[in-house]
Write a protein that binds this ligand. Structure first.
Ligand code: PLP
Length: 283
């Protein structure tokens, strides 16, 4: 099932062509996007996703997106989805610079089903590999044209990294900076448990501020966990009490091996963190 809507809420046939061949989102990956998890008709962290869409748009010098318009468009997709048939949806919000030889930007929302593999990995966990991303943590602030930390439509590098891992029999990737510090996964943040402390890396080093990570930390703090946003060295990962990928679609996915070595992966701790994350969405 797929549901497609324009920014004004008009529902379109998802199999019909929508983009112009000269759309700069296609020609240059010049645009931004968000992927929002919607469960039983309720979008999770929609406000933070729209804030991040605006942050990314600002970094690409695109006109500021109107949050009310995007909310309206998201609602149109959510209302048109068959929730009895599929209780979970990945809602993509896509905003490109628009056609090179035309006026205005391209903006639409599309609801997609979440693959069975992603759902299974929330239970089973994943293997991961560290791969160099090739920049120093200070580069993000020093070189804003690199768009480090923007959720731009240029995800070819991220997808290539996952293919590289898969070609080596590994599910996922943790990117590292040139100084050996942890960045993020190609489509997820990395969260580390050390005792009753949860840690993740700071967005200022050129990664996305995660809405799922923030939701987990919010609930964890209420439950008495300490949370820290600070640089983490890759070499610290193997001695942690647990490692996870967090993203809207993955939710809380445990990392079970890193670079071929087993890492601590307690089922109880995984259940506890998953429960903390889910507790944000109980009425
Ligand atoms: N980092 C990257 C590069 C991502 O693409 C994503 C989401 O897709 C995340 C982190 C996690 O963000 P969120 O939890 O807001 O989905």
């Amino acid at each position: 099932m797929r549901v497609l809507a324009l920014l004004d809420g008009t529902i379109l046939d998802p199999d019909a062509p929508l983009l112009r061949a000269d759309d700069l989102g296609v020609l240059r990956g010049d645009g931004v996007f968000e992927t929002v998890l919607v469960v039983d008709g309720k979008p999770r962290e929609l406000g933070p996703h729209l804030d991040r869409l605006a942050r990314s748009a600002h970094m690409l010098e695109l006109p500021e997106p109107d949050s009310a318009e995007w909310e309206h468009c998201a609602k149109a997709v959510i209302d048109a989805w068959d929730w009895a048939a599929s209780p979970e949806m990945a809602l993509k919000l896509v905003y490109s610079r628009g056609p090179e030889f035309g006026e205005g930007q391209t903006a639409y929302a599309m609801g997609l089903q979440i693959g069975a593999g992603v759902v299974r990995r929330r239970q089973d966990g994943v293997s991961a590999l560290t791969l160099a991303r090739g920049f120093e943590p200070a580069e993000a602030e020093r070189s804003p044209w690199l768009l480090l930390g923007a959720k731009s439509l240029s995800y070819a590098v991220n997808m290539a990294a996952i293919r590289h891992a898969e070609a080596n029999g590994v599910d996922e990737v943790i990117f590292t900076a040139a100084d050996g510090s942890v960045l993020e996964g190609p489509t997820a943040n990395v969260v580390v448990a050390n005792g009753r402390t949860l840690r993740t890396t700071p967005p200022v080093i050129g990664i996305l501020p995660g809405t799922t990570q923030a939701a987990l930390f919010r609930a964890a703090e209420k439950a008495g966990w300490e949370t820290r946003i600070e640089p983490i060295q890759a070499e610290e990962l193997t001695s942690a009490d647990g490692l996870w990928f967090l993203s809207s679609v993955r939710r809380v996915t445990q990392i079970r091996t890193l670079n071929g070595q087993p890492v601590a992966a307690s089922a109880e701790l995984h259940a506890e963190l998953s429960e903390l994350y889910e507790s944000n969405y109980r009425d």
